[in-house]
Design a protein around this ligand. Structure first.
Ligand code: HEM
Length: 219
């Protein structure tokens, strides 16, 4: 019965071809350092899933943001756990993505034909950091408020376009309801969508070029 169902779907969706193209490849010759890209991917998915649960109770308005987080921590069943995973997962993701990048640099895997994937990786690192920055404001406690005040002021000090960036980030001159909704929209929708698209392209290029081998004495 399952075989028949699979054959029916395979005929229409090309599941076998998809499996062969993406997963049925020779095992790359690597070591534990080669697992950090997949660890980054795992953390991205984990952040997405826990983030979706958090949006069920979180309210992105200045009057309710702080209280909604307190409610998640004390009133919602396992809310503390979901928020804890999301909170520490964010720090861990920055760390793991960074070490993954260092590994790629040390093994010189950014060279031909992987230059484009390195550049996409730079985009991934910047987006991961930006996710951390935008997420930091959402609990709207004192730490969040002042960190965003400092962060947006630093962005505002960029020569020539600083004033523009400052206004776009804050939605005015002060940290306000507009800043919170902008950061929320960027954090839960714009940046994850951009990250997902870049990760898709990153993985496509890895499948296309294969994993680079670790340099040995001869190299
Ligand atoms: C969300 C962030 C990221 C995810 C999910 C991700 C995912 C992956 C995965 C699954 C691999 C294959 C396994 C491995 O070699 O570890 C890989 C390889 C690679 N990544 Fe990333 N990556 C991310 C960030 C970055 C960054 C920040 C850079 C560099 C700036 C980068 C550059 C590369 C390159 C050049 C390869 C090919 C390495 C080789 O062939 O040996 N990635 N990535």
């Amino acid at each position: 019965m399952w075989k028949k169902l699979f054959a029916w779907l395979d005929e229409r969706l090309g599941l076998n071809d998809l499996y062969k193209a993406t997963l049925d490849r020779p095992e790359p010759k690597g070591n534990w350092w080669n697992t950090l890209g997949s660890a980054s991917l795992f953390l991205f998915v984990m952040q997405g899933l826990t983030g979706i649960f958090l949006t069920v109770y979180y309210t992105p308005s200045p009057d309710h943001a702080y209280d909604s987080i307190q409610y998640i921590m004390t009133g919602v069943a396992y809310g503390w756990l979901i928020r804890g995973i999301h909170h520490w997962g964010a720090t861990l993701m920055v760390l793991v993505v960074f070490i993954h990048m260092v590994r790629v640099f040390v093994t010189a895997s950014y060279k031909y034909p992987r230059e484009l994937n390195w550049l996409i990786g730079v985009g991934l690192l910047l987006l991961t950091l930006a996710m951390g920055f935008t997420g930091y404001l959402l609990p709207l406690d004192q730490k969040a408020y002042w960190a965003t005040t400092v962060g947006t002021s630093i962005a505002g000090s960029v020569p020539l376009i600083g004033g523009f960036i400052f206004k776009v980030l804050r939605g005015g001159t002060d940290i306000s309801a507009l800043t919170l909704s902008r950061f929320f929209a960027a954090h839960i929708w714009m940046m994850p969508a951009a990250l997902a698209a870049l990760i898709g392209t990153h993985l496509y290029l890895i499948i296309k070029h294969g994993e680079s081998a670790f340099p040995d004495k001869e190299d």
